[in-house]
Design a protein around this ligand. Structure first.
Ligand code: ATR
Length: 295
């Protein structure tokens, strides 16, 4: 009989809390990073109902859990249950990573770090540049804050409901010195110079979806680099249209991997170099596209 000694008495416990969590890629992602980095930890998915986050974390703390990722729908609700919050996560108003501290957990937002790392590794510079963010939900806010803290010269927030874009603009203007514009899709085509476009809308998401919020694809002639935070389908319509116009386009899988790596770095007080991060991303990409993603 084979002995299973992956875990033992010294294994540290981590997990993801959300609802639903059964499709989450994070357990495979975190357990893979742990194996690569030689860290004795286990990472499991936990379904937590809306309204139960505080109780769940009290119990988890008593059980000695060292950290969590937090996903939909708890990224905002979790904030009221924290002992401390990282200033960047506070700016975004959403938390996706918890680290055990005295008497509870401290919250961080690594979605923004994942996007930053993705741009770094792709060699895309944001400082003093023009960034367009499509959408005005939670992911758009994280992307806009990333552009602001990286000192972009101008940020355009483009949304179907312009009022929501206005809200992000207002919150950025509290600390950001560059220019922020909140506009609708009709005004998108008037933008003359763009360095990076980040799609955070869910409109093109889902296998077989061929919808793009950028109806006139010739606009991409003005855009050298596109990130779509979606990765199902693997190549979204926005990415297809952008590529057709000669634009470099990447999907959100790299961001997903890099936000996980950033969480891992926070939990273990280590820094994972870009080369190792890229190797982890490429292995997981192969695994995911080979259909072995447990979905
Ligand atoms: P998240 O918090 O994950 O970013 P969200 O808050 O649901 O998700 O936001 C989804 C974004 O996709 C919104 O900006 C939404 O636009 P509205 O604010 O106008 O609803 C955008 N979105 C979804 N479907 C869209 C569509 N068909 N056309 C344009 N934008 C769309």
């Amino acid at each position: 009989m084979e002995i299973n000694d992956i875990y033992n008495g010294k294994t540290r416990a981590y997990g993801i809390i959300g609802n639903p969590v059964e499709h989450s890629f994070s357990p495979v992602l975190q357990n893979t990073i742990a194996k690569k980095m030689g860290i004795n930890m286990a990472y499991l998915p936990f379904t937590v109902e809306k309204g139960s986050v505080k109780k769940a974390l009290e119990g988890a703390y008593l059980l000695g859990f060292d950290g969590f990722n937090v996903t939909v729908p708890h990224k905002v609700e979790v904030i009221e249950s924290l002992k401390d919050i990282d200033p960047l996560a506070e700016k975004i108003g959403a938390v996706n990573t918890l680290k055990k501290v005295e008497n509870g957990y401290k919250g961080y937002n690594t979605d923004i770090l994942g996007l930053g790392k993705c741009l770094d590794i792709e060699g895309v510079e944001i400082k003093d540049k023009t960034v367009i963010v499509l959408g005005a939900g939670g992911a758009a806010k994280a992307a806009a804050v990333m552009a602001a803290v990286k000192e972009a010269a101008e940020i355009y927030i483009v949304n179907r409901t312009v009022e929501k874009a206005e809200n992000i603009k207002k919150s950025l203007e509290k600390y950001y010195k560059g220019k922020v514009y909140a506009i609708g899709y009709d005004a998108l085509y008037n933008i003359e110079k763009v360095d990076c476009l980040i799609n955070t809308t869910s409109a093109g998401m889902g296998d077989g979806n061929t919808y793009s919020v950028v109806e006139d694809k010739t606009f991409f002639k003005k855009v050298p680099f596109v990130v779509d935070i979606v990765y199902v389908p693997w190549e979204t319509q926005i990415m297809k249209d952008a590529s057709e116009m000669g634009t470099r386009a990447v999907n959100g899988f790299a961001m997903l991997i890099y936000q996980g790596i950033a969480s891992f770095e926070i939990w273990h007080d280590i820094s994972i170099d870009n080369e190792t991060a890229k190797e982890i991303k490429e292995s997981l990409e192969k695994y995911y596209n080979g259909g072995k993603n447990g979905r």
